[in-house]
Design a protein. Structure first.
Length: 444
């Protein structure tokens, strides 16, 4: 059968989507790039926050409206896991629900749904519970050009009061080292030059197996197995899980990008306590100082939530002061969204929506100036960039300072060079915007 996949949400979802598609192909099914050409329509949904849920519902409803009698529609992923049978009431025409913990059963689900269609069964198939007690594995990586996301764990055991991920994904489950290394080897054999390690919390890798500081050893195993890999990047680090050994490994190995995504969520201890997050800003300051002492050129990214229940103006001002003092290279910032089933929903003193948005604007204005000043400080530096696009007289790429899709770009005039997409080239930085850099290609 011909199948069409649409993946929504984060890179972790993209990894699951690509592995589900690979499993269908191994069973003889054929991928197509247009819904109208498919017999099986699969949407890997996101259910993390309200905007993501709306996008998932829009996508499902659009496909359901246009679905022909000879097509079936499967809702997979986070929204299916979170809403369960209630999703069927929201989207008329769903033929199956496949949860986050049973995505490996996609082949069996497709075959069963198709058989039920022939029998004209009207009740949707549901695979939402915990899977059998066997370890799900596969090629858990998603390639995008010369970069690839490599999942090292799934689920989360952190107690954050605002987050629904543990409800959706379950507790943290680390993959065996051998499986991760095998996938890394295959990616490099395919021509990948940058591997990005991802999980809900990469720095929790191994904790569920009684190995609380296993990430540095995993990184070394990958680097040893693929000496030709150019960049190894870490995403989603929990602040209290960043160990001295991890910092040492990052600093010692030049192929590890001097880049860390360190979601902090807030900087006032009282807000952090209500969030059930690490509530010691001084410890966070020491961690950032340690990272910068070991890697003076490190690029740091973080995430902030504004308008959390009970957030006072003084608490928000403390966040602004922290942002101005610490000067992260990049940030992601969000107005708090109440998530059903989380502890934060029961907190008193909700912040009015206009206040949330006003605080978000103030935060981003402070960060825009910081990002621009940091970008200007890059002028004169020589950076290797990974080429991701070419055309209209320009070469577009990323340096080690920029993760795919969320950070900036390096823009270089193309003066008739024979540069290929996926190639790494040296660039001298000549100009700066708020988030992007401009440069000139150096002799190779």
């Amino acid at each position: 059968m011909r199948f069409y996949f649409e993946s929504l949400g984060c890179p972790k979802n993209l990894v699951d989507s690509q592995e589900m598609a690979r499993r269908l192909e191994r069973l003889g099914h054929i991928p197509v790039h247009e819904p109208r050409k498919a017999q099986v329509l699969v949407v890997n949904t996101c259910g993390f926050i309200e905007d993501a849920r709306r996008e998932s519902l829009r996508t499902l409803k659009k496909l359901a409206r246009r679905k022909r009698p000879d097509q079936v529609l499967i809702a997979a992923g986070c929204l299916s896991q979170r809403w369960g049978e209630a999703l069927v009431n929201q989207v008329s025409g769903l033929d199956a629900l496949l949860g986050t913990r049973r995505w490996s059963e996609i082949g069996a689900v497709v075959e069963e749904v198709w058989a039920r269609r022939k029998e004209q069964s009207r009740s949707p198939l549901s695979r939402l519970g915990d899977p059998p007690a066997t370890e799900v594995d596969g090629f858990l990586a998603a390639r995008q050009g010369a970069s690839a996301y490599l999942k090292i764990a799934d689920g989360c055991s952190a107690p954050c009061a605002f987050c629904a991920i543990p409800l959706i994904k379950g507790p943290a489950r680390s993959r065996p080292v051998a499986s991760v290394v095998r996938d890394a080897v295959e990616l490099v054999q395919q021509g990948v030059k940058e591997i990005i390690l991802i999980a809900q919390d990469t720095t929790a890798y191994g904790r569920d197996r009684g190995e609380p500081d296993a990430l540095p050893d995993l990184m070394q195993s990958i680097l040893t197995a693929v000496p030709e890999l150019r960049w190894l990047r870490l995403m989603y680090a929990y602040p209290t899980h960043v160990s001295p050994r991890l910092i040492e490994r990052m600093a010692a190995e030049q192929r590890v990008c001097h880049y860390l995504d360190l979601p902090l969520q807030h900087a006032h201890p009282d807000v952090l306590r209500r969030m059930k997050r690490p509530a010691d800003p001084e410890r966070t300051r020491r961690l950032i100082a340690d990272l910068r002492a070991a890697m003076p050129d490190i690029a740091l990214r973080t995430t902030w939530i504004v308008g959390y229940p009970g957030e006072t103006e003084a608490e928000f001002e403390a966040l602004l002061e922290f942002v101005s003092e610490v000067r992260f290279d990049r940030i992601g910032a969000f107005a708090y969204s109440a998530e059903e089933g989380t502890a934060a929903v029961a907190l008193p003193n909700p912040v009015p929506e206009p206040v949330k948005l006003e605080r978000l604007d103030r935060l981003m204005e402070v960060q825009r100036q910081i990002s621009f000043e940091i970008s200007r400080a890059q002028v004169g530096r020589k950076l290797d960039i990974l080429v991701e696009g070419q055309g209209d007289g320009l070469i577009i790429g990323r340096s080690y300072r920029d993760a795919p899709e969320i950070d900036g770009l390096v823009i270089v005039p193309d003066k008739g060079s024979e540069v290929q997409i996926g190639e790494m080239i040296p660039v001298r930085i000549t100009g700066a915007l708020e988030y992007d850099l401009m440069g000139e290609m150096e002799d190779r």
